[in-house]
Design a protein around this ligand. Structure first.
Ligand code: NIG
Length: 402
């Protein structure tokens, strides 16, 4: 395989045909023998920000420009449905202490809250830009990110505004990340703020609301209150649940028709059955489990039960400072028991479901032109060659971005 220097195809012409695709993952079961809809020896035509043609190379139409991927695999860009990118500060010492035996606890979040409050909007925007570029370089083309390191109305709203201006695709309000330090002796007063004035102020800037349902964060009654407030504001519901132990997170999420419950590291058989019988997406965060020395999450059991699974990076400064969706996919295979097909599906169309989107995560006519070229002949290599950076080229909304 030869390497090709990046070009902005939008500057060359209005349509581009990608040829020489050894293996094309479409996620369109109508194309191919498996749900992944793999088409061998394929071509894709992009026009503007959309995909306008998908099929066998031999019958590809002409386009204004062409790009030969040299037999490599092409996949939908990763849909990273869980990250915490609006933060300042450094917690490497906490990481090292954890590697020396100290357990991960929600309390470390407050270190980041202090640093994030002290950062200016311009500083937060610059740090977000670096993180988005890192994600893009790894094949991620659709990003969700959360607030949750401000914990005052002003700081939460500015995090949401910086995120929206910084080119992420979905923003989630996570005022209920941990209790704010000012309310140490009166957590219910903080919850009143989160579910009242803070939510009123931030709702126009976000699509989802999230709550960390865990010991040291929010208990069952408080979690239910946050979700009820989000429902009243018409936001999609998300829950951080079952991260540090079995708990009520999955049950509450399913009861409330949440879009997703994220982490799912410690699940009872009942939790798995509840997820399988619901439309709530089980979002697995395998790099976080590795980085906190927990898990692995029971991906195989979830898949066998028929639950909808997403895989995301959970890039954040505490539990998981990695944006690598390629690594998340590899770990989902090697540690959580998914097949390479299942893991790729979970990191693309699964992520799209966790964000209530049908325009990303698939390669089909009319969808957003978000594609990644792997430096490998098939997607199996993501786990087979774990640890290698396999991203060769990336298009987002029809533009070559890496
Ligand atoms: O998803 N669990 C809560 N929130 C993040 C970690 C945040 C932090 O430690 O800073 C997570 O793991």
């Amino acid at each position: 395989m030869t390497s090709t220097a990046p070009v902005d195809v939008s500057a060359v012409g209005t349509s581009t045909v990608l040829t020489g695709i050894g293996s094309l993952v479409t996620n369109d079961p109508a194309l191919g023998d498996t749900p992944l809809g793999v088409v061998p020896d394929a071509a894709v035509v992009i026009e503007g920000d959309r995909i306008v043609w998908v099929g066998p190379s031999a019958s590809a139409p002409a386009a204004d420009s062409s790009f030969d991927v040299g037999g490599r695999a092409v996949l939908p860009g990763w849909v990273d449905s869980h990250s915490h990118l609006l933060f300042a500060g450094d917690r490497s010492a906490e990481f090292s202490a954890r590697m020396a035996g100290r357990p991960y606890e929600a309390g470390g979040i407050l270190t980041t809250v202090e640093a994030t409050r002290a950062a200016s909007n311009a500083e937060l925007a610059a740090m977000l830009d670096v993180r988005v570029k890192e994600m893009t370089a790894g094949g991620t083309t659709c990003i969700e990110t959360k607030t949750g390191y401000g914990l005052t109305t002003v700081d939460e709203v500015r995090a949401a505004s910086v995120a929206a201006a910084g080119g992420v695709d979905a923003v989630t309000f996570l005022g209920a990340h941990v209790n704010a330090p000012e309310f140490a002796s009166d957590p219910d007063a903080y919850l009143d703020l989160v579910c009242g004035a803070m939510l009123d102020a931030i709702a126009p800037h976000v699509q989802f609301i999230d709550v960390f349902c865990e010991e040291g964060a929010f208990d069952e009654a408080r979690t239910r209150r946050v979700l009820a407030a989000g429902t009243r504001h018409g936001l999609g519901l998300k829950v951080h649940g079952n991260q540090l132990g079995e708990g009520a997170g999955v049950r509450i999420a399913v009861d409330n028709g949440a879009v997703s419950v994220d982490h799912c590291t410690y699940l009872s058989t009942r939790d798995i059955d509840l997820l399988a019988g619901s439309s709530t997406v089980a979002t697995l965060l395998p790099i976080c489990d590795l980085s906190t020395r927990q898990g692995p999450a029971p991906g195989r059991a979830l898949a066998d039960a028929g639950a909808t699974i997403a895989i995301a990076s959970n890039c954040n400064p505490g539990s998981c400072y990695s944006p690598s969706m390629g690594l998340a996919v590899a770990l989902a295979v090697l540690q959580c028991g998914l097949t390479p097909d299942e893991a790729v599906s979970a990191a693309t169309v699964g992520g799209a479901r966790a964000l209530l989107r049908d325009d990303v995560g698939v390669i089909a006519v009319g969808k957003r032109a978000d594609l990644q070229v792997l430096d490998a002949p098939t997607h199996d290599y993501l786990a087979y060659r774990v640890g290698l950076h396999l991203t060769h080229a990336v298009w987002r909304s029809g533009l070559r971005v890496a």
